[in-house]
Write a protein that binds this ligand. Sequence first.
Ligand SMILES: *Cc1c(COP(=O)(O)O)cnc(C)c1O
Length: 396
Amino acid sequence: MTKQNWQNISQSTKAVWAGETEPFFEGCAQVPIVNSVSYSHDDMDHWFEVATGKRKGHIYSRNTNPTVQVFEEKMRVLEDAEAATSFSTGMAAISNTLFALLSPGQRVVSVKDTYGGTSFVFLEHLPRFGIEVSLCETNDIEAIKAEIKKGCDLLYLETPTNPTMKVLDLKKLIAAGKAQGAVVMVDNTFATPINQNPIEFGADLVVHSATKFIGGHSDAMGGIICGRADLVKQVYSFREINGAALDANSAYLLLRGLKTLKLRIDQQNSNAMALAEFLMNHKKVENVFYPGLESDPGHEVAKGQMKGFSGMLGFSLKGGFDDVRKLLPNLRFAHRAAHLGGVETIVGPPRTTSHVELNEAQRAELGIPESMVRCSVGIEDIEDIIEDFAQALDKI
Ligand SMILES: *Cc1c(COP(=O)(O)O)cnc(C)c1O
């Protein structure tokens, strides 16, 4: 795939065309799903050149695959990155990147509110290899900056966070990390490349769970990192032998989902905003966590770095978990599931889903009330969504 110039081309056009402007095999107008494990070569010299990276082509699908490559190119262009490489899941992308780039004696700085799986790698696995991890209070920027100054080889950021939608100041924190010589990595899953582009603020690597908004249809898993070519190459060579390759069938579904990314995210941004406002004014609702609300503590920073406030929101109920128990089964148009980013509205209590391994005190420490519901707002008609929440809240 040649690196064409995508400057001045909008995200919606990139979502449709990036990676797909070159002709495919036999004139296919759509990306073919290449299920071949290997690729045969009649010319021994060509084969050698492909194997040594001097010629375009493929050898073995654990390394590269034509369908997967189109997905990587589309994501690279959407994040405006030098390079991209994909993985079987978002967690494979995160853990492979951390293990590929870090060595014993090095130090990672991050925050307490990272995605649960990431937090587990930080607390349980990196220390086993002699890598120090310091997790700071997410909304204390001075504490994070102070920890970076103590020494930082890798700064890991995630914003907005799961599930309380805390917002990290990307410009300030990336600058602090760079000043210390750290590699800066940002989990952009909640925002998507439509709402936020961390590379614009100097991030070295952006990671996504493609399982969520990127695919958008809750039917395929995948992960991707986009960023500096030297780092992506190092991560790719680790992933290649670690084996966490994205499958061609999943890559096809993710590509198909990506074509409507801009449409979906625009609708989800505006639906989430309207639902957040409705919930905020409801007498049974205690608190709403959504950076789009002017009253939200993250609003000002979010306004400066996000193009939209995302389709994710949280809310808590005045009547405790008993209210959650009554509310969720009464929603007509929502999956009650441990997932997010699909075209359908998806709800779940962090107590049962993302933060089930913590106890009540640990959840309280992260600012997660027991009566909290995380809501991934879908693309349904907003009047139907609000009507549905209204009738379910009435039944409490
Ligand atoms: C889901 C998620 C992940 C992990 O992705 P998987 O595809 O489930 O492995 C990482 N980060 C965030 C923010 C997520 O929501």
